[in-house]
Design a protein around this ligand. Sequence first.
Ligand SMILES: *Cc1c(COP(=O)(O)O)cnc(C)c1O
Length: 431
Amino acid sequence: MNYFSLNKKAPNTTFKDAVIRGLAPDRGLYFPESITPLSEDFFKNIDALSHSEIAFEAIKQFVSPEIPEADLKTIVEETLAFDFPIVELDKNISFLELFHGPTMAFKDVGARFMARCLGHFSKEDAKQDVTVLVATSGDTGGAVANGFLGVEGVNVVILYPSGKVSDIQEKQLTTLKKNITALEVNGTFDDCQDMVKQAFLDDDLISKMKLTSANSINVARWLPQLFYFMFAYKELHKKYDELVFSVPSGNFGNVCAGMMAQRLGLPVSHFVASNNENNVVTRFLQTEEYSPKPSVQTISNAMDVGNPSNFVRIQEIYNNDFKTLKENLSSYSFTDEETKEAMTEIYNEYSYVADPHGAVGYLGAKKYIETHPNAHCVCLETAHPTKFLDVVGEVIKENIALPPQILSVMDKKKKSIKIDTYSDLKNYLLK
Ligand SMILES: *Cc1c(COP(=O)(O)O)cnc(C)c1O
């Protein structure tokens, strides 16, 4: 599959090149040249397929011929080596738990898939190490770091906003060592993301090293997220006709991957992008005006994004047509107060402990079914609640057992390098 830049001022390129570059030379995001729907039989027979088989069929066209089928099979099997359970709350709402991977974040899947693709390519032309540069608002960093830990020929440098990620998230970022370095930025997530973008456009820097990104701007991180929607469909399609997904959204990579699944033919009735108070898309759908704002800090911090990078991909999927987009996507925004109330409600009514991101998804689902009582809304639960213990502990006044993935990092010693500006970053990379 070839990819084009959404800024349309860079040459089209291969999957391999798109993965290695991350962002196109004209700063555009890459997008596949074509999307061929899967056969009707695929969806009819989905019950008989395993998760790896579903994933293999769904992603094949986007990575071939550069990743041969036999290698792709191994990559998806290794990527998906954990569960994706669905917990039905009632006839209208389910949680799809995406937090059973090694860092208990839904980003594990994208990170593991991308690490294996990059590992595959670096075996082909080893000689110069690749440096993966990634900005994180919380969860990406841990998932990427873990996905790449020990991958030969690849170094990972993570930028995170100092004091703006949870303790557990910080531990997951800063305690791995080996080929992983954490840079603690005196600033916001947007500052981190801007520095990463600037690095990719710095000709001097990229002439001296092989840099790539691992944010959801990278096609190898973004596309595998479409698997989740297919897994949920497999579980629920016999029971419910009108399937809707409520996706807690920050950079909008996840919901946008769901839309790719829809383009592949998955029968999805509607998407709900659930936002915290960083609500540029909610406002866009109301006013048709896209006006990014600096991000504000919330208790669902992995969604504290002022200018979601994948929004341009969503526009592309719906041909930049506002009306079509509105038919397929609703977006609602919720305050921290509402989010906490939702966590209490979910716990009291269903004995389920949701994390703040999942709770925002739940609120979006509730709002949607007010006007669509026949819909079954799958809320993507994107992080394990113990990753946000401060908030979850305050709301659910009971002890929550820490899972082994979390316990194993708690006692390790944090190691980070503090930086303030882009030139600090550049100096570090070149030293
Ligand atoms: C990254 C993240 C999100 C937002 O996902 P996007 O693809 O950026 O919209 C939501 N919840 C959690 C826990 C995350 O880590």
